[in-house]
Design a protein around this ligand. Structure first.
Ligand SMILES: *Cc1c(COP(=O)(O)O)cnc(C)c1O
Length: 302
């Protein structure tokens, strides 16, 4: 089982508030695959192989960490990969996109569909038509979340992590958080920081968990998925300078911004030991910098 370092974060504001903060460096599992996407794919790839599948098919947007991860995981396992990508306009522009270029270099084939078609991605008739078009394949949902993904994410926590009072993780589809909740001790508090706007998440997580020692902190999505502000970029650049830990702008930057803000506001009582999960996402920085440049915003340091 892959295990990573918990890195202690030394910042004077943490010492002042008597809070100890560690970051689990899941980003160090792989230079391109987000740590949590690696965990989510592990048992899905095994299941695909057991079923004799030769192709993995999944869904994602142009900068998706999950698309990048599936391309790498498929290549490593000797499976063909197909990415169904949101945005028909990318058909002749995808080579400008660093995520899709990397995925293609790993052998992934793309099928670009319109944003409207993309809304049907979980619809049975849509999936059946896709299967007819591409042939037999093992289908992984957008974001990679299913029961096998949750099983993989439960391996993020180890027995020595029981020492932490609070465990914080970013949440997109909630699969990662669900795995962490299931692996946690009931005495620990699990806080999920959604990177997206919307109320669907709580219900989705409840499908996978039985414990009740968790809640969502919904104040730090910065306007929604992949939305980034100047203050967030500055925070991420500062955090890297001061701690040496690189954060991604879509998930872990918002997570750490939220944790530090909550510490500042005395949300945690003195003496609290916090573990934040660095789920990865660093491959997305390059693509985000292209977007920031267009908007004349400061860039993320690489
Ligand atoms: C996908 C992703 C998440 C969110 O994971 P979910 O299981 O969808 O909630 C968090 N962090 C990073 C870096 C990701 O790539």
């Amino acid at each position: 089982m892959v295990q990573v370092l918990n890195q202690e974060i030394n910042l004077s504001m943490l010492t002042d508030k008597q809070i100890s903060l560690f970051i689990k460096r899941e980003d160090q599992i792989h230079p391109f695959i987000s740590g949590n996407k690696y965990r989510k794919l592990k048992y899905n790839v095994l299941e695909a192989q057991e079923k004799g599948a030769t192709t993995l098919l999944t869904f994602g947007g142009a900068y998706s960490n999950h698309i990048a991860a599936t391309a790498y995981a498929g290549k490593t396992a000797g499976l063909k990969t197909i990415g169904v990508i949101r945005g028909e306009e990318l058909v002749d522009q995808w080579r400008q996109n660093p995520t899709l270029r990397m995925a293609s270099e790993q052998g992934m084939e793309f099928k670009f569909i319109t944003r409207i078609q993309y809304r049907d991605k979980t619809d049975n008739t849509f999936i059946e038509k896709l299967k007819e078009a591409v042939g037999p394949c093992y289908i992984i949902p957008e974001g990679g979340t299913n029961a096998l993904a949750v099983k993989g994410c439960a391996e993020i926590l180890t027995s020595s992590d029981k020492d932490f009072d609070v465990i914080c993780s970013s949440a997109g589809t909630g699969g990662t958080l669900a795995g962490i909740i299931e692996a946690s001790d009931p005495s620990q508090r699990i806080l999920g920081f959604p990177a997206l706007k919307g109320d669907f998440l709580k219900k989705d997580i409840c499908k996978f968990v039985t414990k009740e020692n968790w809640q969502l902190i919904t104040d730090y999505h910065f306007g929604g998925y992949a939305k980034v502000s100047e203050s967030l970029v500055n925070f991420i650049n500062n955090f890297k300078d001061k701690t040496g830990v690189p954060l991604d702008p879509v998930y872990t930057g918002k997570l750490l911004y939220g944790i530090i803000d909550l510490v500042q506001r005395d949300y945690f009582s003195p003496g609290t030991k916090i573990l934040a999960i660095h789920s990865g996402g660093l491959q997305g920085i390059q693509g985000m910098n292209l977007v920031l440049k267009k908007k004349n915003l400061p860039l993320l340091k690489v």
